[in-house]
Design a protein around this ligand. Structure first.
Ligand SMILES: NC(=O)c1ccc[n+]([C@@H]2O[C@H](COP(=O)([O-])OP(=O)(O)OC[C@H]3O[C@@H](n4cnc5c(N)ncnc54)[C@H](OP(=O)(O)O)[C@@H]3O)[C@@H](O)[C@H]2O)c1
Length: 183
């Protein structure tokens, strides 16, 4: 199972403010929904309850919600997990080829060590009022393998850039496999 973290992250690392996302970028939203097609989804309880979460986590999307609350009342189509490890174990047991981790900050931080890929929309702005942040993307661990830049326009207040990162070790392993097969 491939574990993919998907997030929109400002240049200062901001991803949220007071339980919400501090920008509205329709181009990013459309891109985001394409990325999660056919994905098993993983969310923290606070993001699930956020305004975006209420639109995103619908019955047609298989979702795992992580909470420590023993009596949390979730809709019937949502699978509850009591820890991140339980969520990952259960996700793997379903045979799903791809798990999309959709935040928030707490969940990104705990799942990043297990991730194979990051799909990040870099919002080219700073948000000093932010209170939720994405973990550092260490260039020694993560290598950009694809990017696409979008300049601000009438519908987008800020420039934004889609970047796909893959774990460097994973890329090296793939190279080795590829070379071995080629010989
Ligand atoms: N820009 C983006 O791409 C993006 C994406 C997603 C979210 N966000 C933003 O991020 C912010 C929310 O992030 P957040 O860090 O506050 O919350 P979060 O990561 O969405 O959820 C945190 C909650 O998840 C549960 N949890 C976390 N770790 C757990 C563990 N190991 N075991 C069991 N349960 C665990 C706890 O729920 P209980 O308290 O119920 O126990 C915890 O309070 C919002 O502002 C949201 O809009 C931004």
């Amino acid at each position: 199972m491939r574990i993919v973290l998907i997030a929109a992250v400002a240049d200062d690392g901001a991803i949220g403010v007071r339980g919400d996302i501090p920008w509205h970028l329709p181009g990013d939203l459309a891109f985001f929904y394409r990325q999660i097609e056919g994905c098993l989804l993983l969310t923290g309880r606070r993001s699930f309850e956020s305004p975006q979460g209420r639109e995103m986590f619908t019955p047609d999307r298989s979702t795992i919600l992580v909470t420590r609350q023993p009596n949390y009342q979730a809709p019937a189509y949502v699978r509850l997990a009591r820890s991140v490890e339980d969520a990952l174990t259960w996700a793997a047991s379903t045979g799903a080829p791809r798990l999309c981790v959709l935040g928030g900050a707490d969940i990104y931080r705990q799942t990043m060590p297990y991730a194979h890929e990051l799909i990040i929309t870099h919002v080219r702005a700073h948000f000093p009022q932010a209170d939720s942040f994405f973990p550092l993307i260490d260039p020694a661990v993560w290598q950009a393998t694809w990017q696409e830049y979008h300049t601000r326009d009438a519908r987008h207040t800020w420039d934004y850039e889609f970047v796909r990162y893959e774990k460097v070790e994973k890329i090296r392993q793939d190279d080795t496999t590829y070379n071995a097969n080629a010989i």
